[in-house]
Design a protein around this ligand. Structure first.
Ligand SMILES: [Zn+2]
Length: 81
């Protein structure tokens, strides 16, 4: 299968800097579906830490995942058609 990466905006809990986290589409889809926790890695310039996505972040991740899935389905249709 494919290893598409979903880029989700996150905010560093230490300094509040916004950045993008790359998450594997398959992994997070599975975690969203089964209700397991999703870990986010901080990518900001000053901190290195990992935390578990809260409800707000999960909702955001769900939206981005849906958007990527939609985009992929469209692309697939175009290559077939
Ligand atoms: Zn930071």
């Amino acid at each position: 299968m494919d290893n598409s990466i979903v880029r989700v905006p996150a905010t560093c809990p230490m300094c509040g800097q916004e950045y993008l986290v790359g998450l594997e589409l398959e992994t997070i889809s599975d975690r969203l579906a089964t209700g397991r926790s999703i870990k986010l890695d901080c990518n900001c310039a000053r901190h290195t830490l990992t935390w578990v996505a809260n409800e707000i972040e999960r909702a955001q991740i769900r939206e981005y995942t849906a958007a990527v899935r939609f985009f992929m389905a469209e692309k697939e249709q175009r290559t077939r058609g």
